[in-house]
Design a protein around this ligand. Sequence first.
Ligand code: TMP
Length: 242
Amino acid sequence: MGTGPRSSEQSETATITGVLELGPFITIEGVDGSGKTTQLHYLAERLRTAGERVTVTREPGGTALGDGLRRLLLEPSPEPIAPAAELAMMFAARAQNCARIIEPARQRGEWVLCDRFSDASLAYQGAGRGIDSNTIRQLHELLVPGCYPDLTLILDVELSISLKRARARLVRSGSQEGRFEAEGAAFFERVRAAYLELARREPERCRLIESAAPEQQVAERIWHEVEAFAATRRQSVRGQAQ
Ligand code: TMP
């Protein structure tokens, strides 16, 4: 970042030295109403302004198949969806997103920013619905092997704020995507606790961002984390090339 657009010389160097410089893969997570989608777009704009090529995607979604599954998953369902079916659909959308969007963009050396990824399955289907987390991890390895984010930004905010924001947004937008928002506070407490635990367990990959602050302050904090990540990454790519 701040390095300007990648020159053809740079990408050629990576090929000549055999260093496979995959584009960085960043995910953003948090309970509904944590402000992650807004922050993801700020980050994408800032990276583009710094001369980087950026692909933005989301889950569930990102592809035609994923968007179809998204409707089935997020709009109120005439019959209750079994937790295992919910998990399977999340991973079907993910497998398509990885194959069609995430991996190709990374191969082209682009930054990939994804609004939610497998950590959301651990938080919502794992902690929220009670599916064993090892099963979810195994499913990940089976269906999207090796596709792991380099950096995960976890936005955290009190539920009294986030749930109000999420529900108000639904009403404002007239969106039908309210199936998860209809869950009770205990469900979201478990989801939030799972994200906090993840940040504690994987400090190398995860950054916990307090997101009750004004949007611009949160955006600055995120930019600071991403700059630090990019600097470390440049060093390690250089190290591999030597
Ligand atoms: P969002 O796009 O507004 O974040 O909404 C996506 C919803 O889907 C959100 O309530 C979380 C839920 N979800 C899961 O339960 N598991 C998953 O693996 C993913 C990606 C999302």
